[in-house]
Write a protein that binds this ligand. Structure first.
Ligand SMILES: [Zn+2]
Length: 170
């Protein structure tokens, strides 16, 4: 009986020490897992940003569909200013073009840099206020689109490429 009473607490101590060691091993293993997970996140995260999701895309950058904008907003001529408001014949014609092919112009990025004024929706937007009145880029872009549409080309990506060839800033 004495012998058993003496070994009881010793065994418990031993078991307690073993449990502490086990907990330490678990803590180290979890620590290693956490570090590994951080590495994986660090490696994968840049791929998300540069990937097809296009998290880092901004207006004016060529997209996989050949356009440089995401088409939004009204695509009719409801907000285009009256061409007759303008004295210059080329400007008047460009505003008239905007009344004829508004949906096409609303798919085109304009290199006038008007995204610097705020939000740049499309070349159509340039004719919804007086931006196009004193802007060769806006006028020229609309005229390229008009000329190509007259030739039966309505693929906005093809027209954007022609616009880029003429107006893209080097
Ligand atoms: Zn413009």
């Amino acid at each position: 009986m004495k012998h058993q009473n003496a070994t009881g607490p010793l065994r418990r101590q031993h078991v307690a020490r073993a449990k502490t060691r086990e907990r330490r091993r678990l803590a180290i293993a979890f620590g290693a897992l956490a570090v590994a997970a951080l590495f994986v996140v660090a490696l994968v995260k840049p791929a998300w940003h540069g990937g097809a999701a296009g998290g880092s895309w901004s207006v004016g950058q060529l997209r996989p569909d050949g356009l440089r904008i995401v088409v939004t907003g009204r695509s009719d001529a409801g907000h285009v200013l009256d061409p007759n408001e303008f004295a210059r014949a080329d400007v008047r014609h460009a505003y008239w073009v905007a009344t004829q092919i508004p949906a096409l112009l609303n798919q085109l990025y304009c290199w006038c840099g008007c995204e610097n004024r705020g939000v740049h929706r499309s070349n159509l937007q340039c004719f919804e206020d007086t931006m196009g009145a004193d802007c060769d880029v806006c006028v020229g872009t609309a005229e390229i689109a008009y000329r190509m549409s007259q030739q039966g080309i309505t693929d906005a990506a093809k027209i954007q490429a022609a616009v880029d060839a003429e107006w893209q800033k080097g």
